[in-house]
Design a protein around this ligand. Structure first.
Ligand SMILES: [Fe+2]
Ligand SMILES: [Fe+2]
Length: 211
């Protein structure tokens, strides 16, 4: 974990400066070009009924005076981060005697994390790579591997063990750090580099993968 933390912070410094220079020299069609060159995500989006629905919803929300961006992919994923951290907190409130409750909550946590990782690994991280951010995509996907490792260890562990909550605490800290990096650095940068139409397409794909 220490390695991940320091790697993350070093990279963060570099990335931010790179990001600024990339932003200043970025042409508006950079991402569109990069996506277009890898296939036809956008072409599929233009033809997709889901996009029409998203666009209609956006217009409807705008007419109601609400944000047309409500429910965007990054907000969906941030809400899942929050819900997942709340499951961690429920586990941390348990006593060593509540072994069944702990087992049930670990199952719930596993389900939430699996669904979330599926959405990110099948949509958002590939989109990051298409937007020339393979470094962050690979780092974040690698951290998902450690999420599975924590889950494996907690599943193997006696639920009444005195080591159980300290392990959950370490796990929560790792997930919280990962989620903050996504919410505060990586997702905003990706979103900013995409057109509204591309963001709508990512939203529809995330929702589809979440089912
Ligand atoms: Fe993630
Ligand atoms: Fe995430």
């Amino acid at each position: 974990m220490a390695r991940t933390t320091s790697g993350s912070s070093n990279r963060s410094t570099n990335r931010n400066s790179n990001s600024r220079s990339a932003n200043s020299s970025r042409s508006p069609e950079r991402s569109a070009f990069s996506w277009g060159s890898t296939g036809s995500w956008l072409g599929a989006a233009a033809a997709g009924a889901a996009i029409a629905v998203a666009a209609n919803l956006g217009r409807k929300l705008a007419m109601q005076g609400m944000s047309a961006r409500a429910g965007d992919w990054d907000e969906v994923l941030a809400a899942e981060h929050k819900a997942t951290l709340a499951i961690f907190d429920k586990i941390l409130e348990t006593e060593d005697s509540q072994t069944t409750k702990r087992a049930i909550l670990i199952k719930k946590l596993t389900h939430a994390l699996d669904k979330h990782a599926h959405e990110e690994e099948h949509v958002v991280y590939p989109a990051l790579r298409a937007a020339n951010d393979a470094h962050d995509a690979d780092l974040l996907e690698g951290e998902h591997g450690y999420v599975k490792t924590f889950l494996f260890e907690l599943n193997e562990m006696e639920k009444g063990s005195a080591d159980f909550l300290p392990k959950v605490r370490d796990f929560r800290a790792m997930v919280d750090r990962h989620a903050k990096m996504e919410e505060q650095e990586v997702f905003p940068r990706l979103k900013e580099g995409l057109t509204q139409e591309q963001n709508d397409h990512v939203t529809s794909l995330v929702n589809k993968e979440g089912f």
